[in-house]
Design a protein around this ligand. Structure first.
Ligand code: HPA
Length: 281
């Protein structure tokens, strides 16, 4: 069976709830249970996980039930360790709807975290800046999102709450960024299906809808995590000005190179906030 056939057979035929339980069991068998905080690292941000102490890597290839990404820059591993002395679970790399995955595959690991005892989830991503202040190298802390992916990760009857993002966690990130002089604002993330970057006309539409940044991930994971009872925060690392807002033509490689530089700032920000989050959970 080739890789495409494997991808098709994952998730589509298996029951999504059972798949979550099976993945959580695989992770628990590798020592991943009982950590209150999980961090998901977006494209090019994998270096954050290198700062963990007591570090142990669970490779994606060990986990039969983990849907794996084929996108360059997404490692596809789970790293156990401590960040600023706090035990954490770090997901380095994620799968996207644009890879042909369904919303339950995209959120399987998120829901598995909840079963493993995670109480607080921080999602990170690479995004295009729409608001004038959202320049490459700045951060957007999500106050809300627009799910424009055309699909929901919630089960029937599960019911979305009004907004998945926790205002207190956002305030903590804002305070830490101010103290560290890292440019960070609160605002709205537009989640698009991708895989192509947007057209300038689409960006003008998103701006008129109130979006501050745009990307292709995060919205499904945030909604599923909240539905599973987690406290959720999300940070976009702005990699570029969105289409039509600068003369530059975007490539995935450009995005990755800005993200690698943002990873260092993100690490400092996280080291500042996680001890407080560990005390609160
Ligand atoms: N659009 C969508 N996704 C992105 C962008 C963008 O401009 N930059 C990084 N991820």
């Amino acid at each position: 069976m080739g890789p495409v056939a494997i991808q098709r057979s994952e998730g589509r035929r298996s029951d999504p709830v059972q798949a979550v339980a099976a993945l959580a069991d695989e992770l628990a068998a590798r020592g991943a249970a009982g950590r209150a905080l999980a961090i998901v690292l977006g494209s090019g941000l994998g270096a954050v996980s290198e700062r963990l102490t007591e570090r142990r890597v669970i490779s994606g290839s060990e986990l039969e039930h983990l849907p794996r990404s084929r996108v360059h820059g997404h490692a596809g591993e789970i790293v156990l360790g401590e960040l600023a002395g706090v035990p954490v679970l770090v997901q380095s790399g994620r799968v996207h709807l644009y890879e042909g995955r369904d919303p339950f595959e995209v959120t399987r690991l998120t829901r598995a975290f909840a079963r493993l005892g995670v109480r607080t989830l921080l999602l990170t991503n690479a995004a295009g800046g729409i608001a004038p202040t959202m320049e490459p190298g700045t951060f957007l802390c999500l106050s809300d999102h627009l799910n424009l992916q055309g699909q929901s990760p919630l089960f029937r009857g599960e019911g979305a709450r009004s907004c998945p993002y926790d205002a207190e966690l956002g305030a903590d990130l804002e305070r830490a960024a101010r103290e560290l002089r890292i440019p960070l604002e609160r605002g709205i993330y537009a989640g698009m299906l991708g895989p192509a970057y947007e057209t300038p006309a689409e960006i003008r539409l998103l701006a008129s809808l109130g979006a501050h940044a745009v990307g292709m991930s995060t919205v499904a994971e945030a909604s599923a995590a909240r539905a599973a009872g987690l406290r959720v925060a999300a940070l976009s690392c702005i990699a570029n000005r969105a289409a039509g807002l600068s003369a530059e033509v975007l490539s995935h490689e450009d995005v990755l190179s800005v993200m690698r530089r943002s990873a260092e700032k993100l690490t400092r920000l996280l080291e500042r906030v996680v001890p407080g989050w560990a005390r609160a959970s």
